[in-house]
Design a protein around this ligand. Structure first.
Ligand code: HEC
Length: 89
């Protein structure tokens, strides 16, 4: 698990690539989203790598998964979105 989640951890070295997907995103913002992702999104299945899906695919998946994970808070949703979008396919 430690191994799997470290692979999913955002790295500052990738910030320029992440900013192509989410303009202006900071490393603190991506790390905050990752922390929340680990708390909210691993209860029913392993954590999926953000790079498995495109941004558009994530957009659809998250609509459904926020419901399942009972993430209703708009700022928490935005934080998780920014993390997966930044590291999407
Ligand atoms: C209450 C259980 C539960 C929680 C919590 C949950 N999921 Fe899921 N997730 C599922 C189930 C069940 C499936 C498989 C079938 C489906 O799509 O309903 C799934 C499938 C997925 C898939 C694969 C979708 C695909 O189309 O192949 C992804 C990606 C995913 N979840 C991401 C997330 C994320 C991100 C979160 C946190 C916001 C999350 N899940 C939280 C139950 C959950």
């Amino acid at each position: 698990m430690a191994c799997a989640s470290s692979k999913l951890a955002p790295s500052a070295a990738n910030l320029p690539v992440m900013q192509q997907r989410v303009p202006g995103i900071t490393i603190e913002r991506v790390q905050g989203g990752f922390a929340l992702y680990k708390v909210k999104c691993a209860a029913c299945h392993r954590l999926y790598a953000p790079s498995k899906y495109t941004l558009a695919e994530w957009n659809d998946i998250l609509k459904k998964m926020f419901r399942k994970a009972k993430v209703t808070d708009a700022s928490q949703q935005a934080s998780i979105k920014d993390y997966v979008y930044a590291l999407s396919k």
